[in-house]
Design a protein around this ligand. Sequence first.
Ligand code: GDP
Ligand code: IMO
Ligand code: MG
Length: 412
Amino acid sequence: MRADIVIGMQWGDEGKGKVVDYLASMYSSVVRYNGGPNAGHTVIADGQSFTFHHIPSGALMRKKLFIAPGMLINPEIFREEIESLKKVVPEFSLKIDIRTSLITPAEVELDKKIEELKGAASIGTTLRGIGPAYSSKALRISPRVSDVLSGKFDASIYKKLYNIEFNFTEWMEEAKETLSNYAFDVREELLRSIENGESILFESAQGTLLDPIYGTYPYVTSSNTTASYAFVSSGIPFKYAGKIIGVLKAYTTRVGKGPMPTEMSENLANFIRESGKEYGATTGRPRRIGWLDLPALRYAKEINGVDELFITKLDVLSGLKELKVALSYSINGKEVERFPPPEDLELVQPVYQSLEPIPKLESGDFSHIVKNGWVSAPFQMKKYIDFIEKNLKTRVSYVSLGAEREMTVKVD
Ligand code: GDP
Ligand code: IMO
Ligand code: MG
């Protein structure tokens, strides 16, 4: 069996949590493979709502859950997440890889310090210690799950370098208590399950444009957000790569600083922010809002090798008086279709095409479409989706018309 991968094609918060929950029924296991508690993936199903930070979004579907070692875990946040999940799903199967690096209070503190030192040039991180913790890993000085289990970790360099006061021994003991029941050799288990014909779904955090190499550097996160990293992170050979499912919102959002060519005027952004509930799932920050950005999506399609598209939040565009899509960019009067390097991105002007606005629909209308199939959707909606499909030369498999699991419609 092969492993399919769900990735975000924009700046994160595309609805990956909803998509993974929806698709999970087709797989045995769901594996998170990048980032850490900077992620917030919300799933709404069976009258319950849960926001995942570390744990894969297949939990409500009672799937086997795995955390691959290319992720980071903050043991305190992980413990809280486990306790909250137990209230919703009393029993679940979760395994974290013993090689996974941990975020300590020193790195959370350092994230804050670096942002303060940067002042006006700050990134607008989630302040979860992600950049410093991936740096500590690269410096080979931070503890992994296996280190807290063995208790044989020499913290002296760490303490001297970061010079931040906290009781390391106590922290290690608490981390051990939190993590020991979940610690396994995930790589080995995943490989055996693939060899035994089981199907795996990889769940990415963040989005392609936040990738530290291919995103809008320096306004990016610190672990790779693209499909290929699923294999680096989990240790599964890439010959097992299956389908790449690209998730995109019907418009664009971004939280934190950095270029965003199609950002809208605040009046319209405000309307979409309220109707689409566009506030960060991890930090509560208002998300910036823009029109759909096709040059950015074409780039994300290429980087990941996207096979099919899952478009979310189309319901939010219903009732807007105008509907626009950026087809290309203009840089110093010259039209370009490709996504430029970050330094040029500040200079681009989007070239828009207007499409027929989607009429105002009520929740009953969306339920009607879900019940009667995509064929029953208003023609303006179908035109919008066809337009994206043609421009990205990629099949749209599903459209999401609401936050709840059942508000999803297959596109024939
Ligand atoms: P993720 O980080 O990619 O998993 O996305 P988030 O969970 O951070 O943000 C997506 C938000 O939109 C969540 O609050 C979801 O419950 C919600 N959502 C997902 N799909 C839809 C949809 O089709 N329509 C609406 N209105 N909300 C959606
Ligand atoms: P999910 O998985 C949206 C953004 C932050 C900031 C930049 C760096 O829910 O889509 P970091 O804390 O990672 O060092 O912050 O990346 N960012 C996200 N934006 N969704 C996310 O995750 C994000 N994770 C990080 O806002 O701009
Ligand atoms: Mg999110």
